[in-house]
Design a protein around this ligand. Structure first.
Ligand code: HEC
Length: 157
């Protein structure tokens, strides 16, 4: 079978384009300055209390994958403790009115309820990690991750 040279050129361009797209995945869009380092001690300038907490949570969950992969489960409680401390900052900011939910502020009660359930699952994750059971910890990481989107759909702008 004779393949025309123009067909080969088209094919080569298509493959090159596909490779290029794969090589440069779009980075997640984090609206406020990504350079601000999250802190469990105080909400840094330039981010909201929830953004601060969420950044620590994001970091902690990434660390969980590493901890499960390398059997370093000891690092999990410490990381999640930082999230817990940041959550206390969130609670204060909600109480003082300094932080208002950017989306659906009128549903504060249901946000608090979701948040309460979510932190219960984080406590279960700490317990699994403390029991040094890699399988149970991995499973609980999955449970925790399965909760992010439903809250984001309702409350994240
Ligand atoms: C109970 C609700 C709730 C849950 C559960 C939740 N989030 Fe969030 N998340 C929010 C809200 C609200 C915002 C937007 C905060 C803002 O813009 O002030 C947010 C924003 C974020 C952001 C963006 C932060 C930034 O810098 O702008 C990240 C990252 C994030 N969440 C990660 C996660 C991950 C990972 C999980 C699950 C492991 C999760 N969230 C679970 C409510 C939640």
């Amino acid at each position: 079978m004779r393949v025309s040279s123009s067909f080969i050129v088209v094919l080569a361009v298509a493959i090159a384009t596909a490779c290029k797209q794969e090589a440069t995945p779009s980075s997640p869009k984090i609206s406020p300055p990504a350079s601000v380092t999250a802190s469990p001690d105080q909400v840094p300038a330039g981010v909201t209390a929830v953004q601060n907490e969420m950044r620590l949570l994001h970091e902690a969950m990434r660390n969980c994958v590493t901890a499960v992969a390398y059997g370093t489960l000891d690092s999990i409680p410490e990381n999640l403790h930082a999230v817990h401390r940041a959550r206390e900052l969130t609670e204060k900011a909600l109480e003082s009115g300094e932080y208002k939910l950017p989306k659906s502020p009128e549903k504060l009660a249901s946000f608090k309820e979701l948040d309460e359930q979510f932190h219960g699952e984080l406590e279960n994750l700490v317990a699994a990690a403390r029991s040094k059971d890699g399988t149970a910890t991995g499973r609980q990481v999955g449970v925790v991750l399965s909760k992010c989107s439903s809250c984001h759909t309702q409350f994240k702008p």
